[in-house]
Design a binder for this molecule. Structure first.
Ligand code: HEC
Length: 97
């Protein structure tokens, strides 16, 4: 029995990770956390992106990308993404509370 207890302790991190599936949205959103902070909570001057609605994020990302609003950085960041990718990123970011 002891050996089973030992094996389940070894497997615990694997099981915990499996509960958080790696999706396309989560992969794409990784690039945002470098500036916007871990889990979208910025420690500095860059705005926090956690706690915003998907609709807000989709609209503002397209506005940045298509130069409808002024930005210093985000216009260039957003240029790389299709509408579909922006939707995936926005939906994933709503899991950041
Ligand atoms: C190189 C740093 C950097 C990266 C990477 C970055 N951002 Fe930004 N972001 C900024 C800055 C700086 C601003 C302020 C607007 C500006 O001047 O560009 C901003 C503003 C925003 C805003 C507006 C927030 C608000 O409510 O006013 C959103 C939304 C946003 N970023 C989303 C994202 C997403 C989604 C990604 C990943 C795809 C991302 N950002 C990647 C630097 C970055």
């Amino acid at each position: 029995m002891k050996i089973f207890a030992f094996i389940s302790i070894l497997l615990l991190p694997v099981i915990t990770q499996a509960e958080m599936p790696i999706t396309r949205g989560s992969m794409l959103a990784l690039s945002c956390t470098g500036c916007h902070g871990t889990n979208g909570k910025s420690p500095g001057a860059i705005p926090t992106i956690a706690g915003k609605s998907a609709g807000y994020l989709i609209t503002i990302m397209k506005d940045f990308r298509d130069n409808r609003i002024f930005s210093t950085v985000m216009g260039r960041q957003a240029k790389g993404y299709t509408d579909e990718e922006i939707t995936l990123i926005a939906e994933y970011l709503t899991t950041y509370k």
